[in-house]
Design a protein around this ligand. Structure first.
Ligand code: KG4
Ligand code: ZN
Length: 337
């Protein structure tokens, strides 16, 4: 095997068209992200047909830009890794088709990557020493999982959401507060001005021994609170609602993550996914980890939200295990984890 492995990563599962070049699974040579947020904002959420069309328009230029910023051409890559699920089927197909075309024309190995595997693998980027085993809290717009990462690409899911994903709850609450889309970063920002103890929203822990989550209850509680205030003509403090909502939701994920680590006797915790960019999650988990003498790892903010560098990082770990895919690889919108 030659010493440096260069992977081209492609990600188009939702509303970011992204391509990246990553060396040895850790060193980002380029990570181009074309975000469609400004387009979907007008509709208050991602419109699947528009997302697919935009991916088609952008994919080639994004890939060329990633290669050019990394100062390489397609002949120099060792493999092409692409998200094949879960995600929006039309959006995924654009990345999968582009990756297959490159793999076929350039005669390079093709590696299909599970999007969640990508999010978790963002923790390896730029940190040469970070390695499994660790406990990972995966929190994004579509997923909320507590995952025991046994070794590279080898996972045991301890808990998952039984209803909404945590990012969905953030986005929905932001919408009812009139903050806009995507709601997570806006709640994060406005909550800094609010009192987190102002409103006592419910904390849903489920059964004592469960590592599952449920976020629909708190979402409804916030909506009910806002509706009741409106009916009674009571002024709503948006920062207070945002801070109290965030406090309740982050408290639950923090407690469950620490409990899961303790149960499995693991002292390394990582977070991954778009919501891992959240200030409160980072702050509260860091404090809880410090109290237990656990370590906490999280990717840089632009590596928490969807990007292709994390897909290339996950692809590298499959590459070294010779886990390649056939050119018949298809998009799997409901891909299990
Ligand atoms: O991982 P991601 O980019 O896409 C999915 O795989 O779903 O996550 C997007 C989600 C959105 O719900 C967005 O509101 C949320 O991540 N998010 C945040 C923050 N930044 C992004 N939520 C809370 N605080 C943030 N700072
Ligand atoms: Zn994601």
């Amino acid at each position: 095997m030659k010493s440096d492995i260069i992977i081209l990563g492609i990600e188009t599962s939702c509303d970011e068209t992204s391509a990246a070049v990553v060396k040895n699974g850790r060193e980002v040579l380029s990570n181009v992200i074309y975000s469609q947020i400004d387009i979907h904002k007008e509709y208050g959420g991602v419109v699947p047909e528009i997302a697919s069309r935009k991916h088609v328009e952008k994919i080639n230029s994004v890939i060329y830009q990633a290669l050019s910023e990394a100062n390489i051409s397609l002949v120099d890559i060792d493999a092409v890794a692409v998200t094949y699920g879960p995600g929006l089927v039309g959006a995924l197909l654009v990345g999968v088709s582009a990756a297959k075309a490159i793999a076929y024309i350039m005669d390079k190995p093709l590696i299909g990557v599970n999007h969640i595997d990508g999010h978790i693998s963002a923790n390896y980027i730029e940190d040469k020493n970070y390695e499994p085993p660790f406990m990972c809290l995966v929190v994004s717009g579509g997923h909320s999982n507590l995952v025991y990462v046994k070794s590279y690409g080898e996972y045991e899911v301890l808990g998952a959401t039984r209803d909404d994903a945590i990012g969905e709850a953030y986005d929905k609450v932001a919408r009812v507060l009139g903050l806009g889309y995507p709601g997570g970063p806006l709640i994060d920002k406005v909550a800094k001005e609010g009192n987190e103890a102002a409103i006592n929203f419910p904390r849903t822990y489920l059964e004592d021994d469960s590592f599952d989550f449920s976020f629909s209850g708190i979402k409804s509680a916030v909506i009910n609170y806002i509706n009741t205030c409106k009916m009674k003509n009571i002024d709503i403090s948006v920062p207070d609602v945002a801070a109290s909502f965030q406090q309740a939701i982050v408290e639950v994920v923090t407690v469950k993550t620490i409990k899961a680590a303790e149960k499995l006797n693991i002292n390394k915790i990582a977070i991954a996914g778009g919501v891992a960019a959240n200030t409160k999650i980072r702050e509260m988990l860091k404090k809880a980890c410090d109290e237990k003498s656990f370590t906490l790892n999280y990717p840089k903010i632009h590596l928490c939200t969807d990007n292709a560098a994390m897909i290339a990082a996950a692809g590298y770990n499959k590459y070294i295990k010779n886990e390649f895919d056939e050119l018949t690889l298809n998009a799997v919108p409901n891909l299990k984890f």
